[in-house]
Structure formats: structure tokens, C-alpha cells
Design a protein around this ligand. Structure first.
Ligand code: PLP
Length: 380
């Protein structure tokens, strides 16, 4: 069994899900069909929507099922842009420098189509610069959307989203918060966060890939279809995926039980980082000393190459990542680290370890055992 420390890329399926999936796939009807098979599929979706609404603390009617968080994020940006256009206004987007690619690329696409795009900078610790944002809004508050994620997928640094939403609300600006990495790791209430658009992905918490949620709330409830069709109140076309949706609902119910893992995972992560610094000189923990997700260590090793370290780890049966899974395999340094003014060489040397409920101290020990030699070899 490999040591799996790449939960931020995708989490393993929880025990019991495979049995459940077997029964789910037997309900193959189209949820739009009126016959019994279709009604069974519809019931799965309705139940999952109720489960998700209860877990996320939002009314079920405000939940839309998507093909994942990339779609949900793109949809939020698209909707805000289209709303501005419908009012004959130039769309103006304000997104943080550390947003997931699906937000960044959607915003850049709209910029190429005539929207204005401004980037909210982050501090060296990887937290968005709230003062910068507040100062900007004091003189220029005419924005179509402000997008700031709840916690960054690479560094795990938690962002002050409630303050961002409050500042935006004061100027009636719609907001988007990508909660993909905080789901299941922090107490989470969509109502409390208060953003217009909140987005989630199933596979980061043990659900199936290709399933996500866009939740919408508040006075600026603006949705324009990205995918056209009659399903989901004609706002998100395409036959829903009852298996993926039901599995997500079921996983969310199980997440309540995993909340207790936070304390032990925090202790393990802290011990791991302390030992890394002791055993490997020139170790830099990104976002250290800042409020971070308890499961994430994003670490640079001076004078080493991150891809070389990852290959060495893989040969030893350790799954880790060079940051965002979508950019692994590319030699470009992490844009998140560059936004934090991290040195390019350190950014290139960085490796992310992210744990989850099945992680044990033996996993971290195994990494420590092999990493000292791997880093020394790669440095040579
Ligand atoms: N947002 C964040 C913060 C992520 O970490 C990811 C996953 O890489 C996504 C969005 C995209 O999620 P999905 O894989 O469901 O499209």
C-alpha cells in the first residue's frame, strides 16, 4: 500500500462507499422520467440535496449540482459577467492572486472578451491583503464580482472570507467563495460565510470525481446558464448524475464523524514539520505561522528540484504533489508561491503533503525516513 499524502488532490473513497455504489448504479433511470425507474433516480437526487443542504447549512432550493468545482467556479464568474452585461455595464472582476485555475482562467477568458480584471494581492504568508481590498473598495466599489477562496489548495492558508464578504456587501458587490478545500476540514456554514456563490467538489472528500455543487444565496441571486437545457430550473442543463450526486450526499453525512480527526492530524502535521526542519537544513514551510488547514504542509527545500523529489518519493511508494494537481508535471513554478513573493528556485523545489482521516503517524514517519536521502540526492 502506498503512503498516500495527497488528499488535497483527491481523497480516497470511504469504507462502505463501494457497496453503496453497487446499489446506486442499479438505479439507472433518467431522473427526468416519470416512470418508477426515473422516480427512483429523482429520489436519490432529492435525498442528496437535503443531505447537502443540512450539512452545508443552506436551503435545498439554493443548491445546483455540477460536474465538479471547476464548472461551479466557471459558472459563478460567468453569471456575474452576464449579469453586468444584461445591465449594459462593463463586467469588472476582482479575484485573489491565489484562486484555483478554474477561477483564474474563467476570469482571464472574460477579460479577453472585454471585462476588466483586477487581482487582489496576497501577503508573503499567503493571506489576501484585506487592507488593500478595503482601500480599493473605499474609492472604487463598482465591481461585478469579488472571488476569494476559503483556503488555498497548495498552502492550506485560510482566507478571511467572512470579512471579504462583509466588505463587499457594504457596497452590494456579489461574492464567490471556493470552499473546495475547507469542506470536511473546518466547520462550514454557507449561511455564515454569506457569499452569493459558494462552490464545492465531491472528490476532495471521498466522493466521486465529476460531481460538484454551486450554492447561491442572498439578494444578488444571479445565475445565467453555462450549460443550456431544461434541468435544474433551466439554469444548469444536462441530465443530473444520480450516482455521483447520491454518493456526495452520503459522504457528506459521513463527514460529521471525521471532524474528530482534526486534533490528531494537527499534532501529526506539526510534529512532521518540526522534524523536517531538524533533519533537512534549508527547509522552508510555506505559510508557516499563519492559520492553515491542519492537513497541509507545503514545503520548499533549498537547492533541490521539487519534481526530482516527487519522483524519488514515488519510487519509495509515497504519493505527494508539487502543489495544484492541475499543474503537476509542468515545470512552471507555483503561481500561488510566486504571488507570495517566494523565490522562484524555492517555488520549484516545493512539495505538498496533505493528509486525511486515514493518515497515521507511520505514514509521516515513512516519509521522513526516505526524504532525507532523496533531498540530499536531488541536491547533488
Ligand atoms: N477549487 C479548488 C480550491 C481545488 O483544489 C480544486 C481541485 O483541484 C478545484 C476547485 C476543482 O475541483 P474539481 O476537480 O471538482 O473540478
Amino acid at each position: 500500500m502506498p503512503v498516500y499524502l495527497d488528499y488535497n488532490a483527491s481523497a480516497p473513497f470511504p469504507k462502505g462507499l463501494s457497496g453503496e455504489l453497487e446499489s446506486l448504479i442499479s438505479q439507472y433511470g433518467n431522473p427526468a422520467s416519470l416512470h418508477s425507474s426515473g422516480r427512483s433516480a429523482r429520489r436519490l437526487i432529492n435525498q442528496a440535496t437535503e443531505n447537502a443542504a443540512a450539512f452545508l447549512d443552506i436551503d435545498a432550493e439554493f443548491i445546483y449540482w455540477t460536474s465538479g468545482a471547476s464548472e461551479a467556479n466557471s459558472w459563478a464568474v460567468h453569471s456575474a459577467v452576464e449579469y453586468a452585461r444584461s445591465k449594459n455595464l462593463k463586467p469588472r472582476l476582482l479575484i485573489s492572486a491565489i484562486e484555483h485555475e478554474s477561477v483564474q482562467l474563467a476570469a482571464k477568458f472574460h477579460e479577453a472578451c472585454g471585462a476588466e480584471l483586477k487581482i487582489i494581492p496576497v501577503t508573503k504568508n499567503g493571506v489576501i491583503d484585506l487592507e488593500w481590498l478595503k482601500n480599493l473598495l473605499a474609492t472604487d466599489a463598482n465591481w461585478s464580482l469579488i472571488s476569494v477562496m476559503h483556503a488555498n489548495n497548495e498552502t492550506g492558508v485560510v482566507q478571511p472570507v467572512e470579512q471579504v464578504v462583509a466588505a463587499a456587501k457594504a457596497h452590494l458587490i456579489p461574492t464567490h467563495v471556493d470552499c473546495v478545500q475547507t469542506l470536511g476540514k473546518m466547520p462550514l456554514s454557507v449561511r455564515k460565510i454569506g457569499a452569493t456563490y459558494t462552490t464545492f467538489s465531491a472528490h476532495k472528500v471521498g466522493g466521486l470525481k465529476g460531481t460538484g455543487i454551486l450554492a447561491i444565496q442572498g439578494t444578488g441571486k444571479i445565475l445565467t446558464p453555462l450549460i443550456h437545457g431544461k434541468q435544474q430550473k433551466s439554469l444548469r442543463g444536462g441530465t443530473e448524475n444520480p450516482v455521483g450526486v447520491a454518493a456526495f450526499g452520503s459522504v457528506l453525512m459521513q463527514l460529521k464523524k471525521t471532524a474528530g480527526f482534526a486534533t490528531s492530524l494537527t499534532m501529526m502535521r506539526n510534529d512532521f514539520e518540526a522534524k523536517l526542519k531538524k533533519l533537512i537544513p534549508g527547509t522552508i514551510i510555506h505559510g508557516e505561522g499563519t492559520s492553515r488547514l491542519y492537513n497541509t504542509t507545503f514545503v520548499g527545500f533549498e537547492g533541490a528540484d521539487g519534481d526530482g523529489i516527487l519522483m524519488g518519493l514515488d519510487l519509495e511508494g509515497v504519493c505527494a504533489s508539487s502543489g495544484s494537481a492541475c499543474t503537476s508535471g509542468s515545470i512552471d513554478p507555483s503561481t500561488v508561491l510566486l504571488a507570495m513573493e517566494c523565490d522562484k528556485a524555492i517555488a520549484r523545489s516545493s512539495v505538498r503533503f496533505s493528509s486525511g482521516p486515514t493518515t497515521t503517524w507511520a505514514d509521516y514517519e515513512q516519509v521522513l525516513k526516505v526524504l532525507v536521502d532523496i533531498v540530499a540526492r536531488v541536491r547533488k
